[in-house]
Design a protein around this ligand. Sequence first.
Ligand code: GDP
Ligand code: ZN
Length: 459
Amino acid sequence: MYEETTIAAIATAPGEGGIGIVRISGSQAADVADALFHTKKIASFHEAEPYRLYFGHVVRKDQRVDEGLAVYMKAPHSYTGEDVVEIQIHGSTEALRETLELALENGALPASRGEFTKRAFLNGRLDLTQAEAVMDIIEARGSAALSQAESHLSGALSRFVKMSRDELTDLITKLEVTIDYPEEDLEDLTNEQIGEGLDGIEKSLSSLLKRSEEGRIIKDGLRTAIVGRPNAGKSSLLNALLQEDRAIVTDIPGTTRDTIEESIKIGGVPLVLMDTAGLRETDNKVEKIGIERAKKSMEQADLVLAVIDGSHALEKEDKELLSSLKGRKSMVILNKYDLPQEVDEEEIKALAGDAPVVSLSARYGSGMEELEEALRRLTETQDRDAGRRLFLTNLRHVDLVKKALEAVRRAQQSLKDGMPADCITVDLVEAWNRMGEITGETVDNELINKIFERFCVGK
Ligand code: GDP
Ligand code: ZN
């Protein structure tokens, strides 16, 4: 066990709830629990049957604080891998704080952020990707992000890392053979196999990175630009969207005073609305948002909502905007549907290609359900995929895979250039180490052992 200390914390979310849990972990967990929780069934948690619930009371000097249930989990079969006692009482802030205080008065130290999970990692209960996934689950914004975090927790990423490293080990071993038996025939054969092996790894790492770009979107939300001619109804649409999402509206102040991004959820799809300050500000000023500015925000966007005033015939700017939607994830909002329509949907389709067209009235909020539905359809394929296939949602992982991929590509180049085998090995070992850092496994020794394990004994 990595630490002698016993830690305690309130494990449930702050605020009132049906039940609340105080978690105590460490070698003294049973002693700490004995001092504050009394049950008729047993005199001490040292005698407790693990994983069984005991009814009793939290007490301070024989005064009852609350009634509840306690469970004892024996090391190493607990979340942290240590002895754990969890005390479930009523979810009142007062009672929970009192219970935690009692734990601290009786020998426990307050747990720091993520410390239970950190202990789980240090005690080998979780690898790094799984520990990180626990944090992602707590923070997940959309349901696709949640299922991704869950699949990391269940070890999909760890398995991918292990597979990639096994393949690399295999290649390194083969390269060693060419060093030891440099006869022509053998070398040619091996080089071909190594080339194929490298191509395979290159492909699987680069496609993982590509999917991860999609993963970022699912986790953080689609960066969404609302663009259109002055007076088309951009600000009105923004307000209507913000009203639709009654649950989450957060202001993310940007680096400059006038960039504000707002994160909302429409039809289950998380959107990060770009430059909302710009949209809001312009209401009582002459609007300066021209096609240039629109283009700029479109470049940074994952999704473009192009707002067109349906009550006026298309102008040159509208047509330019619509033509620039091709090849982007985008949607055309035909606004002011409450007024007589001067714009023909066919005309729009001819210009904008595949982008779905939704007619609505931003001012009166009608047609918002259709917008939600269209958004859901637009992001659906990606969403469904995400639940099943592995991608990276963590920047540390992305960075390490990128480095591993670079090393693999260097190795491919060296092979092509006919460099000696050990030059290639250096890069493969680098890739192997980078991948290992993802799961937090220890390095070098393990590689050396593996190579010798598989290697011929005669040498
Ligand atoms: P922006 O310049 O693109 O941000 O457009 P605004 O949202 O500021 O709207 C310009 C004008 O159009 C305002 O007077 C709005 O009240 C009006 N407007 C916006 N949406 C609608 C709508 O759906 N129907 C009608 N009749 N007027 C609208
Ligand atoms: Zn405006």
